[in-house]
Design a protein. Structure first.
Length: 624
């Protein structure tokens, strides 16, 4: 923390040798240059805090990051810091800074008293003395105000950067925090909550306030408080709309407004129309920025991403052809950026939007039954992921992305009967993920993706008729998801995957309908819309033999094309059959078949559900 604070205050690190060997030697044998020599206006207390952090003897340093934050808070509030004793004179000066109105009144009384005393002895000097005192007082006040403004700006920069440099890593990481991380984020919240109370017409202060709302919203969302997060994102949005209206030529206000639309959208679960409207506003805004600043590559990269996001909304609504056009436009823009900046390695990394839009196009091709095009897209995505992982061996996220791409392609190969290559890809993915889990045991996403890869391997074994191997792979996936669902209930994906496996696993002895029902109900409680989760509940109720419960959950949930809860219509038809309602059985089955005909390439899972329904209803020949 001392090194970070030193660099924030001075613009250079405290120790920097000519070689990699010189720097550690300086750390152990030399003292850093006093920050005040590099920044003459630097307040003495801030320098003292920084140097205490850099003490070579542990006993002389702060005992914890909390003590550093507390001393910085005292500095901001004008209170004595713990790092050094405060003289009576300094204590009085700090009291004056904390109580400027009272101090000004006392100063005025002293001036009046001294002026009156002087009038008794040298009346003719009163006017001149008062004029001189006023000029001196004004100059002193101006200097004090400038110093105070410099101090606040410097303190804001130091504390803001210290919080965001550390907290940003946690906010971007996966669910699961230590108690210390939780406490740190709470302290960060307190700092920003105090800052946003300040009212100002200064556009820079208002912009900083909008950024503070953004940080607070992300922290609240990370701490499991989505309603507070949504409120703060909306406050950020309102401020940025005002700023962009007042200063339309200021690109940073407009670009931050674009990102605020993106940040709010994921919190609108179950409010698809509002989320899509926000996405459309964001798309219009980023298109304007690209039009007004055509030479700014970051804006073009953001447009490539937003085109892909709009494609995602259209895909969820079943508008696949329209979605594909958005993804193709985003892909073309991303490819052009990669061609223009072939050696770029810093963030944002332009090939990422090539990968993003290609993956989405592959999924659309698959749903349209265009298997060759889907495979071509997935293989190109795999090449990009492999290059990323090879070029960045110290970045675990790239290895994680590569593993995910491997088993996605494996699932396509399984569906088309190429089981040997599918198994090889699954095993490559598992090797990467097992190493990531060993190296980073606290990263939930790596464990969840490992569970998905185990499930993918289980399906490959099942398709090949290797029942024992399939059972072992599915059991490993269930065990990992159970651990995650129990340990990280705020992370819903493992809970949903676990419920699905326990309700529909091809290995029937691994099913646990009671647990699947429990998990489905937990998911419904946590998600406002919960459409797919209600479908999952209905399937689990059917597997538990609760036919009426299944009907209650599913009768208003017949599938639409490309619905994520596909296949529930077959279970509803079977539930009607079980309770003896033959008319509704026939209606539901026929409606589900008509829906299925719109799915150009039904998965092996869908074919399995249909085969089960055909067997129960006494139909023949359509289940494969």
């Amino acid at each position: 923390l001392g090194a970070v604070l030193y660099e924030l205050l001075t613009g250079r690190p405290p120790f920097k040798g000519a070689t990699t060997h010189d720097t550690p030697e300086q750390v152990t044998s030399q003292e850093p240059v006093l920050p005040s020599r590099l920044e003459p206006k630097l307040p003495r207390d801030l320098e003292t805090i920084c140097l205490k952090c850099l003490q070579k003897e542990p006993a002389k340093r702060y005992a914890s990051a909390r003590e550093v934050a507390d001393d910085l808070r005292r500095f901001l509030d004008g209170e004595p810091i713990q790092a050094r004793p405060v003289s009576p004179v300094e204590r009085a000066l700090r009291w004056c800074r904390r109580n400027p109105r009272v101090a000004s009144l006392l100063a005025a009384l002293i001036v009046v008293f001294m002026g009156g005393f002087a009038a008794v002895t040298v009346l003719w000097r009163v006017a001149d003395a008062r004029g001189t005192a006023a000029r001196l007082e004004k100059g002193h006040a101006d200097r004090q105000r400038e110093r105070a403004e410099d101090k606040v700006a410097l303190a804001w920069r130091a504390v803001d950067d210290m919080y965001t440099k550390v907290a940003e890593q946690w906010l971007a990481s996966e669910p699961g925090m230590t108690e210390l991380q939780h406490e740190f984020l709470e302290k960060a919240l307190a700092f920003y909550q105090e800052f946003v109370q300040e009212q100002s017409n200064d556009p820079q202060v208002r912009f900083k306030t909008a950024q503070a709302y953004h940080f607070m919203a992300r922290v609240h969302n990370r701490l499991g408080r989505p309603s507070q997060a949504e409120q703060e994102f909306r406050q950020q949005l309102a401020l940025l709309k005002e700023l962009t209206a007042e200063f339309p030529g200021e690109r940073k206000y407009r670009f931050d407004l674009f990102h605020s639309y993106l940040a709010l959208s994921p919190l609108l679960v179950g409010r698809d129309r509002e989320a899509e409207e926000l996405a459309q506003q964001a798309l219009a805004l980023i298109r304007e920025l690209v039009r007004d600043f055509p030479d700014e590559p970051l804006f073009r990269d953001a447009l490539a991403h937003q085109l892909g996001r709009m494609g995602g909304f259209l895909t969820m609504g079943g508008r696949l052809e329209e979605a594909a056009r958005f993804h193709r436009d985003g892909l073309a823009l991303a490819r052009a950026l990669v061609a223009e900046f072939p050696n770029r390695r810093e963030e944002p990394y332009f090939p990422r939007n090539v990968e993003f839009n290609l993956t989405a196009l592959g999924e659309i091709h698959l749903q349209l039954g265009e298997l060759a095009e889907a495979e071509q897209a997935y293989r190109e995505v795999l090449v990009i992921a492999e290059r990323l992982a090879d070029d960045n061996p110290d970045e675990p996220g790239h290895r994680h992305g590569l593993a995910a791409r491997l088993f996605v392609l494996a699932e396509l190969l399984r569906e088309t009967g190429r089981l040997d290559e599918a198994e090889q890809l699954c095993r490559r993915a598992l090797a990467l993920l097992e190493k990531l889990q060993q190296d980073f045991p606290d990263i939930v996403a790596y464990q969840y993706t490992l569970a998905l890869a185990e499930s993918a391997l289980g399906h490959v074994h099942e398709a090949a008729g290797r029942r024992a191997e399939a059972e072992r792979a599915f059991q490993r996936s269930i065990s990992i998801n159970e651990k995650l669902a129990t340990g990280f209930p705020e992370f819903l994906s493992p809970m949903g995957q676990l419920a699905w496996l326990l309700a529909t696993c091809p290995v029937e002895r691994l099913r646990d309908a009671t647990r699947a029902i429990e998990l489905s109900r937990q998911l419904i409680e946590q998600v406002a819309d919960g459409r797919s989760h209600r479908a999952l509940l209905g399937i689990a109720l059917y597997q538990a033999g609760d036919w009426n419960g299944c009907v209650a959950a599913l009768e208003n949930h017949l599938p639409v094309p490309h619905d994520p809860a596909r296949g529930c219509g077959f279970f509803l038809a079977m539930a009607y059959w079980q309770i003896g309602d033959r008319e509704k059985t026939s209606q539901t089955y026929d409606q589900t078949i008509r829906w299925l005909e719109q799915v150009k390439w039904p998965s092996a899972e869908l074919r399995r559900f249909r085969a089960e329904a055909d067997g129960l209803l006494g139909l023949t020949g359509n289940g494969q």
